[in-house]
Ligand binder design. Sequence first.
Ligand SMILES: Cc1cc2nc3c(=O)[nH]c(=O)nc-3n(C[C@H](O)[C@H](O)[C@H](O)COP(=O)(O)OP(=O)(O)OC[C@H]3O[C@@H](n4cnc5c(N)ncnc54)[C@H](O)[C@@H]3O)c2cc1C
Length: 374
Amino acid sequence: MDFDLPAELESLQKEAVAVGSEWAEREQFPDDSWIVGHSREFARELGDRHWIGMTWPVEEGGHGRSPLERFVVFEALISVGAPIASMWMADRQIGPTLLQFGTSDQRRRFLPGIVAGTSMWCIGMSEPDAGSDVASLRTRAVRDGGEWIVDGHKVWTSGAADGDWCYVIARTDPDAPKHKGLSELIVDMRSPGVSVRPLADMTENWHFCEVDFEGVRVPDDNRVGELNGSFRQVMRQMEHERGGIDRLVSNLRLYRDVMASGLVNIDDPLTRQDIARIEGGYRVGRLLVLREVLGQAPKAFSAATKAYCTEFEQRVANFCAHVTGMPGLLWGAEYGLAGRVARNACYAPAYTIQGGSSSILRNIIGERVLGLPR
Ligand SMILES: Cc1cc2nc3c(=O)[nH]c(=O)nc-3n(C[C@H](O)[C@H](O)[C@H](O)COP(=O)(O)OP(=O)(O)OC[C@H]3O[C@@H](n4cnc5c(N)ncnc54)[C@H](O)[C@@H]3O)c2cc1C
């Protein structure tokens, strides 16, 4: 087996590392730059470089490149902490969803802005009483002629404060069984009746928000896919969300910086074992992601990929905190590497919650991958 990249991918990787590093150094973006590193300017640059919609068909405005090329670019960008959050959700899951379930009119209206890096999207699934159990969400959309009137409350909506569009799951048939009455609507965040309140997370970051919809009018032309058929579509969308390289490399830059800092005593046998576990674990995670990228993973296996990779991410954050010792308790960017260690250790619990908690993913592995009885 030859795991090395072919020469043309290696040069693409080098280019992405150079571009990403330059942007990462412009401002102090937190390490989890794919979700908290917002820069519309960088999104536009990625659009200009044809690094958004890389694998989408050329006739749909994409760039017709291979999944491996996309993998190489985003592994490099996220690993160096490039601020890709303004385009990432649209590239990772909204575009692929529109390509699979959207009408040609929707693809014509929405894909060009995504590919150019000029439109920013957020995802309105979770609600205060419906996180893991999407089917129990209560946001309602009631038909009124050619429009839907949306009322409800979403929470943990990443990037909503800066979003142009929200991909909302709403209940369109209150009388149907709970997972059969949901539909998907694209809501213009500037519509009257939309209000956004950013929430501080444990690291004092404000990337996720509460979003209220009060009598928000949405044209039926913005309903994606089958009426009341969202549940199946969401499951597909979650596969895009769960199997990618973003779930593995958020802490890679921190790990490399800690390893290069002189803080790590590599003569200590226990530390050496930890390092071996991390180095080996990273390679295993990367292979799992590559199977997803190449379409070789079994159906629903992205649940296993995400569970493995995000639990690995937490191990990396804990290792960095452990070897940094007391200085890793210092809070604030002014403490440089120690401050980053503290921040990333505090942020780490999010990995195994966002995009589906590890318990839920284990349920999926049991039921849908292994076929165990419910
Ligand atoms: C950083 C971050 C960003 C996020 N961004 C977004 C976003 O952009 N858009 C969006 O819509 N949502 C977003 N979320 C929300 C996220 O998807 C939910 O937090 C997640 O699905 C869990 O839902 P919950 O918080 O309601 O927890 P609950 O569903 O209340 O779960 C609480 C606990 O119970 C466990 N549990 C629940 N049900 C079961 C079960 N059936 N079997 C076993 N265990 C169970 C869970 O594992 C968890 O440990 C984000 C979350 C975080 C942390």
